[in-house]
Design a protein around this ligand. Structure first.
Ligand code: CMC
Length: 424
């Protein structure tokens, strides 16, 4: 057994080395506090492994991303989103029969409880769709109590994967005061979603193959990213034995922030701001370098990728293809390319290894295929759903999983004596 030694207060302490299947190394400090009285302090958890996981591998220095061993480039090229969902959650690519049945179930289960449809009416008309999505996913615990126990986890997984797209589309329709559309069993996962978003109840809906492919690609590229903020939230909430719907709802809320999934909306708002400002992207590069400005180049930088984000590379290419095929010229794409080019030549960004991330180009594709800006993060959530579920399930399958409960270094007042009100 390989170990590391820590010299603490003049005494050696030995800790077991844990090695991953790709050679990643860590050492197990679970006994550290009991043995030494010390804890480790790692704000932002940049060096903390919270679990062992067999779902997604990332090598941030080499720009590698693999789901269950399959390179993201190959999945982006050849897979369909439902296949990727199955792969992530159940650790194997479905064969033809399995895939047919999986798809059938994803469609048959995509209706939502009629009483739930009425809940949509209670939200104010301009509610952010992420608020609606997280609330409705949490409310699934109330509407589907039969899928709310450890024994029915697979049923809950299917309900969630199938119904989330319906909830997402309904939140959009309701925000526009439009009637909801029911899913159709002869359409694919993506086509159903697009029809429920944009179709008219009185008209047949033609799904553009270019848009269907682009949307499928976006969902696949977002499907998992190991222990990111929202996935860690899902694991944190799930570790208390909370049900799947509650844990995923919490993950949706974590994703919403502009440093995480909310960055795709923030990128487009930033590009629109630059356009409205006469396209002067250099001014914004300057602002991003000035710490006092409070401005960051949205869609740039990543905790893990320090060379390039393979998802951004695929999306940049897809941007040109999708806009070209749809015959769209978007001035924001030019601004984005200029920004990227200028930032990649700038010492500030070079020294800090800041590259475009998945959110930098995704918004331009969403715009081109007609997704409104405030729905971008919902699209990210739909894509990330199988990843969250896979992590929740992996945690549940593991024996001896403990509730997540970090420690702290307390920096507040030491003991004080109570002061009665009239003496303060
Ligand atoms: N623009 C300008 N400076 C930046 C940026 C940026 N986008 N990102 C990081 N920096 C600087 C930061 O000021 C710091 O500089 P210094 O060392 O001089 O203090 C240095 O780079 C390291 O930044 P950090 O905030 O310590 O890095 P982090 O790993 O904690 O944060 C991040 C990662 C993604 C939150 C951050 O890069 C960021 O805020 N990016 C913009 C938001 C964004 O695009 N988020 C989407 C992330 S990818 C999709 C997802 O997983 O959600």
């Amino acid at each position: 057994m390989s170990t590391v030694k820590l010299l603490i207060d003049g005494k050696d302490h030995e800790f077991r080395v844990i090695e991953g299947s790709e050679g990643e190394k860590g050492f197990d400090i679970a006994s550290l506090r009991a043995a030494t009285g010390y804890i480790t302090l790692d704000p932002g958890y940049g060096n903390t492994g919270a679990c062992k996981s067999a779902i997604t591998f990332i090598d941030g220095d080499k720009g590698i991303l693999r789901y269950r061993g399959y390179p993201i480039e190959e999945l982006a090229e050849s897979a369909r989103f439902p296949e990727v969902c199955h792969l992530l959650v159940y650790d194997h690519l479905p064969n033809r029969d399995e895939l047919m049945e999986w798809r059938r179930q994803l469609t048959l289960n995509s209706y939502v409880h009629e009483a739930m449809v009425n809940v949509f009416d209670s939200f104010p008309p301009h509610a952010h769709p992420m608020a609606i999505l997280s609330a409705m996913v949490s409310s699934m615990s109330a509407f589907y109590p039969e899928a709310n126990t450890p024994e029915t986890l697979d049923m809950a997984i299917m309900y969630l994967l199938a119904k989330a797209k319906t909830i997402a589309a309904y939140s959009y329709r309701k925000s526009r005061g439009e009637p909801t559309m029911y899913p159709l069993s002869d359409l694919s996962y993506v086509a159903n979603f697009l029809r429920m978003m944009f179709g008219h109840p009185a008209e047949p809906y033609e799904v553009s193959p270019v848009i269907e492919r682009a949307m499928g690609l976006l969902l696949i590229l977002h499907a998992d990213h190991e222990q990111n903020c929202s996935t860690s939230t899902v694991r944190m909430v799930g570790s208390s034995q909370a049900n799947l719907f509650a844990a995923i709802s919490a993950g949706i809320c974590a994703l919403w922030g502009p440093l995480h999934g909310g960055a795709n909306q923030a990128v487009i708002e930033m590009l629109e701001r630059i356009e409205a400002d006469g396209g002067d992207y250099k001014k914004y590069i300057k602002m991003a370098k000035d710490k006092d400005s409070g401005f960051r180049l949205m869609g740039f930088g990543h905790r893990v990728y320090k060379n390039f984000d393979p998802r951004a590379r695929i999306l940049k290419k897809a941007c040109d293809e999708v806009l070209g095929e749809l015959g769209i010229t978007d001035p924001l794409l030019d601004i984005a390319k200029h920004l990227e080019e200028a930032a990649l030549k700038d010492d500030f960004f070079i020294e800090r290894k800041l590259y475009p991330n998945v959110d930098f180009y995704s918004g331009i594709i969403y715009r081109a295929i007609g997704i409104p800006t405030n729905m971008f993060t919902v699209m990210f959530a739909l894509g990330r759903l199988p990843g969250w579920i896979a992590h929740f399930r992996e945690m549940r399958m593991e024996r001896g999983e403990r509730i997540h409960r970090p420690r702290q270094i307390y920096t507040g007042a030491t003991q004080r004596k109570w002061v009665p009100l009239d003496e303060r």
